[in-house]
Design a protein around this ligand. Structure first.
Ligand code: COA
Length: 261
C-alpha cells in the first residue's frame, strides 16, 4: 500500500512497503533547512517510530544537492534558542530513532547536512558528494553531538581539519573515514538507498531494533549529554557578533570580516 502523508512540500514524506522516505525538496535554496522543515522531519520521525507499518526510514535529497545546512535567514531572524526549537527536536529524534535509517547523499552536504549522517545507519553517496562542517567559519560550534562523534569516527587530527578549519571533504575521503558505506553515480544513490532499505524492511524488526540499540549502547548517554551542551552553546553563539557577521555577509554575498570578533 502507498500513502503520502500531509507535511509541508519542502519535506516530502512517502511510505511504501515498510519504508518511509523523507525527501528534502527545497532545491532552489539548495535544500537549506528551515524551522518548519525541521518540525516536519521531527514529526515524521515521531510518527515513523510509533507506526508498526514503518520499519525503516530513508532520508534523501536531490542528485545535485543534499543540503546546504540550516537556512541562514532563519538563523538571523528566528534563531533556535531553547531546547524545544524544531532543530533540536529533529536532532533528538534522529539520534534516538530506534529503527534503521538509510541516507542517500549527493552534492554538497553542509553543516547539519553532514552531521545528521552521523545518526544514520547506512549512508550511500553520489561521487559528487561534498561534506563540510563549517561551524567555526560561521562563528558557531558543532551540533548533533558531532564534537564527540566526529573525533571518535575519524580520529582527532582529521576531525580538527574538518571542525576547526571547516575544510570540505569529498566522497572518497568520507568513505575512507567510515562516514559513508558506498560511492555510486549520483543518479543511482537514491535507488540504492531504497533497495537497501527494502532489504532491511524484510528482516525481523525486533532484531533490527535490538541490534541497533546494543551497537549504540556505549555512546547513547554521552551523545544525548553532548548534544544538549552543544545546543546551549550553539543557541548563545548564534546571537553573538561573529555569527551575526557571518550570516549578514552570506546574505550580502561578501566575505565575512572577523578582525573585531
Ligand atoms: N540558507 C539560506 N539560503 C541558502 C543557503 C542557506 N544555508 N544556502 C544556499 N542558499 C540559497 C542562496 O542564498 C541562493 O538563493 P538565491 O538564488 O535566492 O540568491 C540559492 O540558495 C543558491 O545558492 P548559491 O550559493 O548561489 O549556490 P551555489 O551552487 O553557488 O553554492 C552551496 C551551493 C551549498 C555551496 C552554497 O550555497 C553555500 O555555501 N551555502 C551556505 C552553506 C552554509 O554555510 N550553511 C550553514 C551551515 S551551519
Amino acid at each position: 500500500m502507498t500513502t503520502t502523508l500531509q507535511t509541508p512540500l519542502e519535506i516530502l514524506t512517502h511510505a511504501d512497503a515498510g519504508v518511509m522516505t523523507l525527501t528534502l525538496n527545497r532545491v532552489g535554496k539548495k535544500n537549506s533547512i528551515t524551522s518548519a522543515m525541521y518540525g516536519a522531519m521531527a514529526e515524521a520521525l515521531e510518527s515513523a517510530n510509533h507506526d508498526p507499518a514503518v520499519r525503516v526510514v530513508v532520508i534523501q535529497g536531490h542528485e545535485s544537492i543534499f543540503s546546504a545546512g540550516n537556512d541562514i535567514g532563519d538563523f538571523l531572524n528566528n534563531p533556535p534558542s531553547t531546547p524545544d526549537a524544531p532543530v533540536f527536536c529533529f536532532l533528538r529524534g534522529i539520534s534516538t530513532f530506534p529503527k534503521p535509517i538509510v541516507a542517500a547523499v549527493c552534492g554538497p552536504a553542509v553543516g547539519i547536512g553532514t552531521t545528521m549522517l552521523l545518526h544514520c545507519d547506512l549512508v550511500y553517496a553520489g561521487d559528487n558528494a561534498a561534506f563540510s562542517m563549517p561551524f567555526v567559519n560561521l562563528g558557531l560550534c558543532p551540533e548533533a553531538a558531532s564534537s564527540f562523534l566526529v573525533p571518535q569516527l575519524m580520529g582527532y587530527p582529521r576531525a580538527a581539519e574538518a571542525l576547526l578549519l571547516g575544510e570540505p571533504f569529498m566522497a572518497e575521503t568520507a568513505l575512507d573515514m567510515g562516514l559513508i558505506n558506498r560511492i555510486v553515480p549520483p543518479a543511482e544513490a537514491n535507488a540504492l538507498a531504497q533497495r537497501q532499505a527494502l532489504k532491511l524492511a524484510a528482516k525481523p524488526l525486533s532484531a533490527l531494533i535490538e541490534t541497533k540499540r546494543l551497537m549504540k549502547k556505549g555512546t547513547t548517554g554521552i551523545v544525548a549529554e553532548r548534544m544538549a551542551e552543544e545546543g546551549a552553546s550553539f543557541g548563545r553563539m548564534l546571537q553573538e557578533p561573529a555569527a551575526r557577521e557571518a550570516f549578514t555577509a552570506f546574505m550580502e554575498r561578501r566575505k565575512p570580516e572577523f578582525s573585531r570578533v
